[in-house]
Design a binder for this molecule. Structure first.
Ligand code: HEM
Ligand code: HEM
Ligand SMILES: [Fe+2]
Length: 479
């Protein structure tokens, strides 16, 4: 019986390429969590791995692994939905595969250099060969150029396929957005000796990725998935998609001002940043409404029971709607006004927001996409929730929420002791680092990280088994 299950039921090679990207993404997610545990331990026991694998290096690997696994999962998801939307095979799928191997090899070299070489003298050579020292996008310049080549090949594939095949609203938004997403990377590739100017451009990558182009990306992927999973009406999801594009770019571009408060840019950024970044949660609420609305409408149409072809993916998409709203919208809004930010800037409060936002807005839906890929890989009609899936959902999301609250408490400790009481002095910093609220929050963060790690193990087990089991039960049902 098991022998009759074909492992590979892809209709298109492009879908197979998507799974290749997903596999690397999941390995990097695991690496990210392990690095997170190391730095969380170092917060409590500073001597841990001291001068062997320092905090600065482990932290860099933690957040670079984050960015890279998300980029891999994003590229993978485009290759997954491209044939289904355009109705044809990706035109240069062979080139796509070659670029995948180039990309993976380059990332492996970069990570090995991070881990084994770690730091250099801070010269032109170390910028080219070790890392650039720019948070989140530290990749050395040779890798920057490599990434640009790989992404150009990827974008060619998307454009050529879309031009040859059917061009839906989802694909049109995807085409425009990918160009913006890739173009912004260039803003992080050159150097200026003025640190204010340098930070100014660095934010063009970071902020305009996470608060504009990545959000639009997620909206396109969610729109496609909802059509696949619920049979949602294309006109409805595409209408919301266009509204969100307009709102996200509107609020996101000027909302960037909330990073210009204290870096030496002109003071008019206080007003611009405050106003437009405070508007940013509006499209995030719209997105939440979007998913729930489609869901309810579909359920109504189907007599109270929505037809659902992929429960695990759907649950992660719902987690995404809530997580995006909470992590980016609510947690972001908390500290986005300069009057508040002057106290919270760069505290664990920021880390609390950073974790919940990245998790809620991106990790969740990309994990959902892994399940969309598996469904196609095994050619199953419906994917149902399994025990391992449920454990993964509860432990990963519960762990992340717990971690966020722990960081919030530590952050409040810093705001009150270090900033309010001691007026942001050097002495105040050290007093607050040793205060009981701060230290206990750090302890709970570590504990919640361990919960996430257990959840991750359930996720891996589920991803490795769910497709085969679903196929097996469908084959049995047919026989
Ligand atoms: C999914 C979307 C978002 C993600 C992934 C995200 C992530 C992050 C991260 C990682 C940081 C820390 C950056 C650093 O290392 O300095 C940050 C900072 C910040 N974010 Fe977000 N964010 C998102 C959306 C938002 C929104 C919608 C708002 C406002 C409503 C917001 C407000 C802020 C502010 C004010 C800071 C600066 C904190 C400080 O001064 O220390 N974010 N964000
Ligand atoms: C095992 C779970 C995890 C642990 C223990 C952990 C721990 C940490 C620690 C200790 C830092 C350094 C904070 C600092 O410099 O003060 C950090 C930074 C960061 N982590 Fe994690 N992390 C975990 C999972 C994640 C996940 C799943 C994500 C995203 C989906 C994430 C995103 C980030 C980001 C964006 C930063 C930079 C935050 C900032 O600059 O404000 N982490 N993490
Ligand atoms: Fe921002």
């Amino acid at each position: 019986m098991v022998g009759s299950i074909k492992k590979n039921e892809f209709k298109y090679e492009s879908e197979k390429l998507a799974m290749m990207y997903y596999r690397v993404a999941i390995i990097l997610l695991g690496a990210q969590l392990l690095m997170g545990m190391i730095i969380a331990i170092q917060f409590l026991y500073p001597a841990f791995l001291f001068e062997i694998f320092d905090f600065s290096v482990a932290r860099m690997v933690h957040i670079n692994a984050l960015v890279v696994w998300m980029l891999f999962a994003m590229i993978g998801s485009v290759y997954l939905l491209l044939p289904s939307e355009t109705g044809i095979e990706t035109v240069a799928v062979g080139v796509g595969k070659l670029l995948f191997w180039v990309f993976t090899a380059a990332i492996t070299v970069v990570v090995l250099v991070y881990i084994f070489v770690q730091v250099g003298a801070g010269t032109e050579a170390s910028i080219w060969l070790i890392h650039e020292g720019r948070e989140y996008i530290e990749a050395p310049r040779w890798a920057d150029i490599g990434i640009v080549v790989v992404v150009l090949g990827f974008i060619y594939n998307v454009y050529a396929t879309a031009i040859k095949g059917r061009r839906t609203g989802i694909i049109t938004v995807m085409m425009a957005n990918l160009l913006a997403l890739a173009g912004l990377y260039l803003a992080g590739m050159f150097f200026t000796t003025n640190i204010t100017v340098d930070q100014f451009w660095w934010w063009w990558v970071i902020h305009l990725w996470v608060e504009a182009t990545w959000e639009v990306y997620v909206a396109t992927v969610a729109a496609w998935s909802l059509i696949q999973i619920l049979g949602a009406k294309r006109q409805i999801v595409e209408m919301w998609l266009w509204i969100e594009v307009a709102m996200l770019f509107g609020s996101g571009i000027l909302g960037m001002g909330h990073h210009y408060f204290w870096i030496g840019t002109p003071e008019y950024w206080w007003e611009i940043g405050a106003l437009f970044s405070a508007l940013e949660p509006v499209p995030l609420v719209a997105m939440l409404v979007h998913v729930i609305y489609d869901w309810g409408k579909e359920a109504g149409r189907q007599g109270g029971k929505a037809h659902m072809t992929n429960t695990p993916a759907f649950v992660w998409i719902v987690a995404n709607a809530f997580g995006n709203f909470l992590g980016a919208g609510v947690w972001g809004f908390f500290h986005t006004l300069p009057q508040v930010n002057i106290y919270t800037h760069g505290t664990q409060f920021t880390s609390s927001h950073g974790h919940l936002a990245f998790w809620g807005a991106y990790a969740t839906i990309l994990i959902g996409m892994f399940y969309m890929g598996l469904q196609r890989a095994y050619g199953v009609k419906t994917m149902k929730a399994t025990f391992n899936f449920k454990m993964a959902v509860w432990l990963l999301n519960g762990g992340m929420l717990g971690m966020t609250v722990a960081l919030l408490i530590s952050g409040y400790g810093q705001v009150l002791v270090e900033r309010a009481q001691f007026g942001a002095t050097w002495e105040g910093f050290f007093i607050s680092q040793n205060a009981i609220w701060f230290v206990q929050g750090m302890g709970w963060r570590l504990a919640m990280g361990a919960v996430m790690l257990v959840g991750f193990i359930f996720l891996i087990i589920d991803l490795l088994t769910i497709g085969k089991n679903a196929k097996l039960s469908e084959t049995v049902a047919k026989a």
